[in-house]
Design a protein around this ligand. Structure first.
Ligand SMILES: *[C@@H]1O[C@H](CO)[C@@H](O)[C@H](O)[C@H]1NC(C)=O
Ligand SMILES: *[C@@H]1O[C@H](CO)[C@@H](O)[C@H](O)[C@H]1NC(C)=O
Ligand SMILES: *[C@@H]1O[C@H](CO)[C@@H](O)[C@H](O)[C@H]1NC(C)=O
Ligand SMILES: *[C@@H]1O[C@H](CO)[C@@H](O)[C@H](O)[C@H]1NC(C)=O
Length: 364
Protein backbone atom coordinates (compact mmCIF):
# COMPACT_ATOMS: atom_id res chain seq x y z
CA UNK A 1 0.00 0.00 0.00
CA UNK A 2 1.36 3.42 -0.87
CA UNK A 3 1.84 5.97 1.94
CA UNK A 4 -0.79 8.10 0.20
CA UNK A 5 -3.30 5.26 0.34
CA UNK A 6 -2.48 4.62 3.99
CA UNK A 7 -3.15 8.25 4.83
CA UNK A 8 -6.49 7.95 3.08
CA UNK A 9 -7.39 4.95 5.24
CA UNK A 10 -6.45 6.86 8.37
CA UNK A 11 -8.51 9.84 7.31
CA UNK A 12 -11.45 7.63 6.53
CA UNK A 13 -11.50 6.14 10.01
CA UNK A 14 -11.18 9.58 11.53
CA UNK A 15 -14.13 10.81 9.54
CA UNK A 16 -16.15 7.81 10.65
CA UNK A 17 -15.41 8.74 14.24
CA UNK A 18 -16.35 12.35 13.72
CA UNK A 19 -19.68 11.29 12.25
CA UNK A 20 -20.59 9.99 15.66
CA UNK A 21 -21.17 13.45 17.10
CA UNK A 22 -24.89 13.53 16.62
CA UNK A 23 -26.26 13.14 20.08
CA UNK A 24 -27.85 16.07 21.93
CA UNK A 25 -25.81 16.99 24.98
CA UNK A 26 -28.60 17.41 27.53
CA UNK A 27 -29.02 13.67 27.94
CA UNK A 28 -25.38 13.06 28.58
CA UNK A 29 -24.41 12.01 32.02
CA UNK A 30 -20.82 11.08 31.96
CA UNK A 31 -18.97 13.83 33.77
CA UNK A 32 -19.93 14.57 37.36
CA UNK A 33 -22.40 11.77 37.31
CA UNK A 34 -21.73 10.28 40.70
CA UNK A 35 -21.86 6.80 39.36
CA UNK A 36 -22.86 4.43 42.14
CA UNK A 37 -21.51 1.36 40.40
CA UNK A 38 -19.63 0.09 37.37
CA UNK A 39 -20.58 -2.98 35.39
CA UNK A 40 -17.89 -4.07 33.00
CA UNK A 41 -18.02 -6.46 30.06
CA UNK A 42 -14.84 -7.46 28.32
CA UNK A 43 -11.75 -9.53 27.80
CA UNK A 44 -8.31 -9.67 29.41
CA UNK A 45 -7.85 -5.94 28.94
CA UNK A 46 -10.33 -5.46 31.78
CA UNK A 47 -10.43 -8.84 33.55
CA UNK A 48 -9.97 -8.33 37.29
CA UNK A 49 -10.15 -12.00 38.21
CA UNK A 50 -12.83 -13.77 36.18
CA UNK A 51 -10.64 -16.12 34.22
CA UNK A 52 -8.43 -16.70 37.25
CA UNK A 53 -11.44 -17.71 39.35
CA UNK A 54 -12.89 -20.05 36.75
CA UNK A 55 -9.95 -21.52 34.88
CA UNK A 56 -6.79 -20.97 36.91
CA UNK A 57 -4.87 -18.05 38.23
CA UNK A 58 -2.82 -15.63 36.21
CA UNK A 59 0.60 -16.59 37.60
CA UNK A 60 3.25 -14.47 39.25
CA UNK A 61 4.85 -12.06 38.17
CA UNK A 62 1.43 -10.74 37.11
CA UNK A 63 0.46 -8.18 39.72
CA UNK A 64 4.03 -7.61 40.97
CA UNK A 65 4.16 -3.82 40.70
CA UNK A 66 1.04 -2.84 42.57
CA UNK A 67 -0.72 -5.80 44.14
CA UNK A 68 2.58 -7.56 44.91
CA UNK A 69 0.90 -10.89 44.12
CA UNK A 70 -1.22 -12.25 41.30
CA UNK A 71 -4.50 -10.34 41.36
CA UNK A 72 -6.45 -11.91 38.52
CA UNK A 73 -5.12 -9.31 36.11
CA UNK A 74 -2.84 -9.80 33.13
CA UNK A 75 -0.53 -6.91 33.89
CA UNK A 76 2.05 -5.94 36.47
CA UNK A 77 -0.50 -3.59 38.05
CA UNK A 78 -3.56 -1.51 37.21
CA UNK A 79 -5.69 -2.05 34.17
CA UNK A 80 -7.63 0.83 32.61
CA UNK A 81 -10.75 -0.35 34.46
CA UNK A 82 -8.87 -0.01 37.77
CA UNK A 83 -7.92 3.57 36.95
CA UNK A 84 -11.52 4.24 35.94
CA UNK A 85 -12.78 2.87 39.29
CA UNK A 86 -10.20 4.95 41.19
CA UNK A 87 -11.18 8.01 39.21
CA UNK A 88 -14.84 7.57 40.10
CA UNK A 89 -13.94 6.99 43.74
CA UNK A 90 -15.23 3.45 43.63
CA UNK A 91 -13.50 0.29 44.84
CA UNK A 92 -11.83 -1.98 42.29
CA UNK A 93 -14.36 -4.22 40.62
CA UNK A 94 -14.78 -7.76 41.87
CA UNK A 95 -15.09 -10.40 39.21
CA UNK A 96 -18.58 -11.84 39.06
CA UNK A 97 -17.13 -15.34 39.01
CA UNK A 98 -14.90 -14.80 42.03
CA UNK A 99 -16.42 -16.14 45.23
CA UNK A 100 -13.54 -15.24 47.54
CA UNK A 101 -13.41 -11.79 49.11
CA UNK A 102 -15.68 -10.25 46.52
CA UNK A 103 -17.84 -7.23 47.17
CA UNK A 104 -20.45 -6.28 44.64
CA UNK A 105 -21.82 -3.22 46.40
CA UNK A 106 -20.36 -1.00 43.66
CA UNK A 107 -20.76 -3.16 40.62
CA UNK A 108 -19.37 -6.28 39.08
CA UNK A 109 -16.97 -7.28 36.39
CA UNK A 110 -18.08 -9.89 33.88
CA UNK A 111 -14.92 -9.75 31.77
CA UNK A 112 -12.69 -12.77 31.38
CA UNK A 113 -9.39 -13.04 29.58
CA UNK A 114 -9.82 -14.58 26.15
CA UNK A 115 -13.45 -13.48 25.80
CA UNK A 116 -14.88 -12.69 22.40
CA UNK A 117 -18.05 -11.05 21.16
CA UNK A 118 -18.98 -13.98 18.95
CA UNK A 119 -19.17 -17.33 20.73
CA UNK A 120 -16.38 -19.43 19.27
CA UNK A 121 -16.95 -22.84 17.77
CA UNK A 122 -13.76 -24.13 19.35
CA UNK A 123 -13.07 -25.17 22.91
CA UNK A 124 -10.78 -23.26 25.20
CA UNK A 125 -8.35 -26.18 25.06
CA UNK A 126 -8.22 -25.95 21.28
CA UNK A 127 -7.93 -22.23 20.79
CA UNK A 128 -7.46 -20.56 24.17
CA UNK A 129 -10.54 -18.37 23.80
CA UNK A 130 -12.76 -18.12 26.85
CA UNK A 131 -16.21 -19.70 26.61
CA UNK A 132 -17.48 -16.67 28.52
CA UNK A 133 -18.21 -14.60 25.43
CA UNK A 134 -20.07 -11.32 25.78
CA UNK A 135 -23.49 -12.96 25.37
CA UNK A 136 -22.71 -15.18 28.36
CA UNK A 137 -21.56 -12.07 30.24
CA UNK A 138 -24.94 -10.57 29.39
CA UNK A 139 -26.67 -13.61 30.89
CA UNK A 140 -24.53 -13.25 34.00
CA UNK A 141 -25.47 -9.60 34.27
CA UNK A 142 -29.10 -10.55 33.96
CA UNK A 143 -28.70 -13.14 36.70
CA UNK A 144 -26.90 -10.62 38.89
CA UNK A 145 -29.64 -8.11 38.24
CA UNK A 146 -32.42 -10.52 39.09
CA UNK A 147 -30.86 -11.79 42.27
CA UNK A 148 -29.02 -8.89 43.81
CA UNK A 149 -30.53 -6.60 46.39
CA UNK A 150 -28.18 -3.69 45.75
CA UNK A 151 -29.09 -3.25 42.18
CA UNK A 152 -32.79 -3.22 43.02
CA UNK A 153 -32.44 -0.13 45.16
CA UNK A 154 -34.24 2.60 43.32
CA UNK A 155 -32.28 4.31 40.63
CA UNK A 156 -29.16 2.30 41.23
CA UNK A 157 -29.10 0.68 37.82
CA UNK A 158 -29.41 3.81 35.80
CA UNK A 159 -26.79 5.47 38.00
CA UNK A 160 -24.28 2.86 37.02
CA UNK A 161 -21.64 3.20 34.37
CA UNK A 162 -21.57 0.33 31.87
CA UNK A 163 -18.21 -0.22 30.27
CA UNK A 164 -17.44 -2.44 27.29
CA UNK A 165 -13.97 -3.40 26.33
CA UNK A 166 -14.14 -6.32 23.96
CA UNK A 167 -13.56 -7.35 20.35
CA UNK A 168 -9.84 -7.75 20.07
CA UNK A 169 -9.97 -11.53 20.41
CA UNK A 170 -12.60 -11.76 17.71
CA UNK A 171 -10.11 -10.33 15.27
CA UNK A 172 -7.34 -12.75 16.19
CA UNK A 173 -9.79 -15.69 16.31
CA UNK A 174 -10.26 -15.42 12.54
CA UNK A 175 -6.52 -15.42 11.92
CA UNK A 176 -6.27 -18.42 14.20
CA UNK A 177 -8.54 -20.21 11.70
CA UNK A 178 -6.24 -19.10 8.87
CA UNK A 179 -8.70 -16.55 7.52
CA UNK A 180 -7.49 -13.75 5.30
CA UNK A 181 -7.82 -10.13 6.40
CA UNK A 182 -10.74 -9.77 4.01
CA UNK A 183 -12.48 -12.72 5.62
CA UNK A 184 -11.92 -11.18 9.06
CA UNK A 185 -13.25 -7.88 7.81
CA UNK A 186 -16.35 -9.63 6.48
CA UNK A 187 -17.53 -10.62 9.94
CA UNK A 188 -16.94 -7.27 11.63
CA UNK A 189 -20.56 -6.16 11.01
CA UNK A 190 -21.70 -9.31 12.79
CA UNK A 191 -19.45 -8.48 15.74
CA UNK A 192 -20.96 -5.04 16.03
CA UNK A 193 -24.48 -6.32 15.75
CA UNK A 194 -23.92 -8.94 18.45
CA UNK A 195 -22.35 -6.33 20.72
CA UNK A 196 -25.27 -4.00 20.06
CA UNK A 197 -27.66 -6.75 21.11
CA UNK A 198 -26.02 -7.02 24.51
CA UNK A 199 -26.06 -3.25 24.94
CA UNK A 200 -29.77 -3.22 24.12
CA UNK A 201 -30.39 -5.90 26.74
CA UNK A 202 -28.55 -3.87 29.37
CA UNK A 203 -30.51 -0.78 28.33
CA UNK A 204 -33.74 -2.74 28.69
CA UNK A 205 -32.75 -3.47 32.29
CA UNK A 206 -32.16 0.20 33.01
CA UNK A 207 -28.60 0.89 31.89
CA UNK A 208 -28.21 4.43 30.59
CA UNK A 209 -24.54 5.42 30.63
CA UNK A 210 -22.36 3.43 28.31
CA UNK A 211 -18.68 3.77 27.83
CA UNK A 212 -17.40 1.77 24.92
CA UNK A 213 -13.74 1.27 24.12
CA UNK A 214 -12.78 0.27 20.64
CA UNK A 215 -10.23 -2.50 20.24
CA UNK A 216 -6.53 -1.96 20.70
CA UNK A 217 -4.13 -2.01 17.75
CA UNK A 218 -3.74 -5.77 17.68
CA UNK A 219 -1.35 -5.67 14.75
CA UNK A 220 1.22 -3.89 16.93
CA UNK A 221 1.15 -6.41 19.74
CA UNK A 222 4.09 -8.79 19.99
CA UNK A 223 1.87 -11.87 20.25
CA UNK A 224 0.12 -11.08 17.00
CA UNK A 225 3.28 -10.14 15.15
CA UNK A 226 5.01 -13.26 16.39
CA UNK A 227 2.21 -15.72 15.88
CA UNK A 228 0.48 -14.60 12.73
CA UNK A 229 3.48 -13.05 11.02
CA UNK A 230 1.30 -10.26 9.79
CA UNK A 231 2.13 -6.63 9.76
CA UNK A 232 0.53 -3.85 11.68
CA UNK A 233 -0.81 -2.26 8.52
CA UNK A 234 -2.71 -5.41 7.58
CA UNK A 235 -4.67 -5.65 10.80
CA UNK A 236 -4.76 -2.26 12.41
CA UNK A 237 -7.26 -0.63 10.18
CA UNK A 238 -9.88 -3.18 11.23
CA UNK A 239 -9.62 -2.24 14.87
CA UNK A 240 -12.01 0.58 14.15
CA UNK A 241 -13.69 -0.61 11.07
CA UNK A 242 -17.39 0.11 11.03
CA UNK A 243 -17.70 0.83 14.76
CA UNK A 244 -18.68 4.43 14.44
CA UNK A 245 -21.70 3.83 12.25
CA UNK A 246 -22.91 1.03 14.40
CA UNK A 247 -22.91 3.14 17.57
CA UNK A 248 -24.63 5.93 15.73
CA UNK A 249 -27.45 3.54 14.99
CA UNK A 250 -27.61 2.56 18.64
CA UNK A 251 -27.86 6.19 19.66
CA UNK A 252 -30.91 6.62 17.49
CA UNK A 253 -32.46 3.42 18.74
CA UNK A 254 -31.80 3.98 22.45
CA UNK A 255 -32.52 7.68 22.87
CA UNK A 256 -32.27 7.81 26.64
CA UNK A 257 -28.79 6.41 26.70
CA UNK A 258 -25.55 8.35 26.78
CA UNK A 259 -22.90 6.63 24.74
CA UNK A 260 -19.31 7.61 25.03
CA UNK A 261 -17.18 5.97 22.45
CA UNK A 262 -13.56 6.03 23.54
CA UNK A 263 -10.94 5.70 20.87
CA UNK A 264 -8.53 3.66 22.94
CA UNK A 265 -7.12 2.34 19.70
CA UNK A 266 -5.54 5.66 18.80
CA UNK A 267 -4.17 6.21 22.29
CA UNK A 268 -2.64 2.75 22.47
CA UNK A 269 -1.33 3.15 18.96
CA UNK A 270 0.36 6.39 19.87
CA UNK A 271 1.83 4.90 23.06
CA UNK A 272 3.55 2.42 20.76
CA UNK A 273 4.34 4.91 17.99
CA UNK A 274 5.71 7.57 20.34
CA UNK A 275 7.19 5.21 22.89
CA UNK A 276 10.65 6.76 22.75
CA UNK A 277 9.39 10.28 23.19
CA UNK A 278 7.36 9.10 26.18
CA UNK A 279 10.49 7.52 27.66
CA UNK A 280 9.32 3.99 27.14
CA UNK A 281 11.76 1.45 25.78
CA UNK A 282 11.17 -0.73 22.71
CA UNK A 283 7.37 -1.10 22.65
CA UNK A 284 7.53 -4.37 20.77
CA UNK A 285 9.55 -6.09 23.46
CA UNK A 286 7.50 -7.88 26.12
CA UNK A 287 8.65 -7.17 29.66
CA UNK A 288 7.61 -10.58 30.91
CA UNK A 289 8.27 -13.39 28.48
CA UNK A 290 10.86 -15.70 27.06
CA UNK A 291 13.14 -15.35 24.07
CA UNK A 292 12.71 -14.55 20.40
CA UNK A 293 12.60 -11.26 18.64
CA UNK A 294 9.91 -9.86 20.96
CA UNK A 295 10.78 -11.68 24.18
CA UNK A 296 7.56 -13.52 23.48
CA UNK A 297 7.01 -17.23 23.06
CA UNK A 298 3.44 -18.45 22.92
CA UNK A 299 4.43 -21.74 24.55
CA UNK A 300 6.42 -20.06 27.32
CA UNK A 301 4.21 -17.21 28.44
CA UNK A 302 4.74 -14.80 31.30
CA UNK A 303 5.06 -16.74 34.52
CA UNK A 304 5.77 -20.12 32.88
CA UNK A 305 7.68 -22.50 35.10
CA UNK A 306 10.05 -25.40 34.56
CA UNK A 307 11.40 -28.11 36.84
CA UNK A 308 15.15 -27.81 37.31
CA UNK A 309 16.82 -30.35 39.61
CA UNK A 310 13.48 -31.05 41.27
CA UNK A 311 12.82 -27.36 41.83
CA UNK A 312 10.26 -25.22 40.04
CA UNK A 313 11.71 -22.07 38.55
CA UNK A 314 10.00 -19.31 36.60
CA UNK A 315 11.52 -19.22 33.12
CA UNK A 316 9.43 -16.37 31.75
CA UNK A 317 9.97 -13.72 34.37
CA UNK A 318 9.64 -9.99 34.49
CA UNK A 319 12.09 -7.40 33.17
CA UNK A 320 14.04 -5.21 35.58
CA UNK A 321 11.78 -2.21 35.30
CA UNK A 322 8.23 -2.65 34.00
CA UNK A 323 7.63 1.09 34.42
CA UNK A 324 9.66 1.82 31.26
CA UNK A 325 7.87 -0.77 29.17
CA UNK A 326 4.69 -0.57 27.12
CA UNK A 327 4.08 -4.28 26.65
CA UNK A 328 3.79 -6.37 29.77
CA UNK A 329 3.57 -9.87 28.36
CA UNK A 330 3.34 -9.47 24.60
CA UNK A 331 -0.43 -9.15 24.73
CA UNK A 332 -1.26 -6.74 27.54
CA UNK A 333 -0.06 -3.33 28.59
CA UNK A 334 1.96 -2.51 31.68
CA UNK A 335 0.56 -0.46 34.53
CA UNK A 336 2.76 2.42 33.39
CA UNK A 337 1.37 2.29 29.85
CA UNK A 338 -2.20 1.98 31.16
CA UNK A 339 -1.60 5.05 33.33
CA UNK A 340 -0.36 7.01 30.35
CA UNK A 341 -3.39 5.86 28.34
CA UNK A 342 -5.92 6.85 31.01
CA UNK A 343 -4.23 10.24 31.35
CA UNK A 344 -4.80 10.82 27.64
CA UNK A 345 -8.45 9.82 27.60
CA UNK A 346 -9.53 11.43 30.85
CA UNK A 347 -10.07 14.90 29.41
CA UNK A 348 -12.28 13.56 26.67
CA UNK A 349 -9.97 14.34 23.80
CA UNK A 350 -10.31 10.77 22.50
CA UNK A 351 -13.98 10.45 23.33
CA UNK A 352 -17.01 10.92 21.28
CA UNK A 353 -18.77 13.05 22.33
CA UNK A 354 -15.60 14.84 23.44
CA UNK A 355 -16.52 15.53 27.03
CA UNK A 356 -14.09 15.17 29.90
CA UNK A 357 -14.73 12.56 32.53
CA UNK A 358 -13.58 14.90 35.28
CA UNK A 359 -12.31 12.08 37.31
CA UNK A 360 -9.82 13.92 39.42
CA UNK A 361 -7.58 10.93 38.92
CA UNK A 362 -5.05 10.59 41.65
CA UNK A 363 -1.47 10.43 40.59
CA UNK A 364 0.13 7.13 41.40
C1 LIG B 1 -18.39 -3.74 50.56
O1 LIG B 1 -17.88 -2.48 50.22
C2 LIG B 1 -18.65 -1.41 50.75
C3 LIG B 1 -18.12 -0.14 50.15
O2 LIG B 1 -16.73 -0.09 50.07
C4 LIG B 1 -18.55 -1.45 52.28
O3 LIG B 1 -19.32 -0.39 52.82
C5 LIG B 1 -19.11 -2.80 52.76
O4 LIG B 1 -18.93 -2.90 54.16
C6 LIG B 1 -18.38 -3.94 52.07
N1 LIG B 1 -19.05 -5.18 52.43
C7 LIG B 1 -18.40 -6.21 52.91
C8 LIG B 1 -19.23 -7.43 53.20
O5 LIG B 1 -17.20 -6.19 53.10
C1 LIG C 1 -20.14 -20.93 14.72
O1 LIG C 1 -21.01 -21.73 13.96
C2 LIG C 1 -22.28 -21.14 13.68
C3 LIG C 1 -23.14 -22.17 12.99
O2 LIG C 1 -22.49 -22.68 11.86
C4 LIG C 1 -22.09 -19.88 12.86
O3 LIG C 1 -23.32 -19.25 12.63
C5 LIG C 1 -21.18 -18.92 13.63
O4 LIG C 1 -20.91 -17.76 12.86
C6 LIG C 1 -19.88 -19.61 13.99
N1 LIG C 1 -19.09 -18.71 14.84
C7 LIG C 1 -17.85 -18.35 14.57
C8 LIG C 1 -17.19 -17.45 15.54
O5 LIG C 1 -17.25 -18.73 13.58
C1 LIG D 1 -3.70 -23.05 9.76
O1 LIG D 1 -2.53 -23.20 9.00
C2 LIG D 1 -1.48 -23.84 9.71
C3 LIG D 1 -0.23 -23.78 8.82
O2 LIG D 1 -0.53 -24.11 7.52
C4 LIG D 1 -1.90 -25.26 10.06
O3 LIG D 1 -0.88 -25.91 10.78
C5 LIG D 1 -3.17 -25.20 10.91
O4 LIG D 1 -3.63 -26.52 11.18
C6 LIG D 1 -4.25 -24.40 10.22
N1 LIG D 1 -5.33 -24.22 11.16
C7 LIG D 1 -6.61 -24.43 10.85
C8 LIG D 1 -7.61 -24.22 11.93
O5 LIG D 1 -6.96 -24.81 9.75
C1 LIG E 1 -5.85 16.11 27.10
O1 LIG E 1 -4.79 15.62 27.88
C2 LIG E 1 -3.63 15.27 27.13
C3 LIG E 1 -2.64 14.64 28.09
O2 LIG E 1 -2.45 15.38 29.24
C4 LIG E 1 -3.09 16.50 26.43
O3 LIG E 1 -1.97 16.17 25.65
C5 LIG E 1 -4.18 17.07 25.53
O4 LIG E 1 -3.74 18.28 24.93
C6 LIG E 1 -5.44 17.36 26.34
N1 LIG E 1 -6.50 17.77 25.41
C7 LIG E 1 -7.37 18.72 25.72
C8 LIG E 1 -8.41 18.99 24.67
O5 LIG E 1 -7.36 19.33 26.78
Amino acid sequence: MTPQRKMEMVHLTQILILLLCLVPTHILCVSNCNFAAIFNFGDSNSDTGGLSAAFGQAPYPNGETFFHAPAGRFSDGHLLIDFIAEGLDLPYLSAFLDSIGSNFSHGANFATAGSTIRPQNTTMAQSGYSPISVDVQGVQFSDFHTRSQIIRQKGRLSQALYTFNIGQNDLTAGYELNMSTDQVKAYVPDLLSQLSNIIKKVYAKGGRSFWIHNTGPVGCLPYVMDHFMITAAQVNKYGLYGCANSFNELRKELPLAAFTYVDVYSVKYSSIGHAKKLRFENPFLACCGHGGKYNYNRFIKCGSKKMVNGKEIVIASSCMDPSVRVSWDGTHFTKAANKWIIDQIVNGSFSDPPIPFEFGLQQS
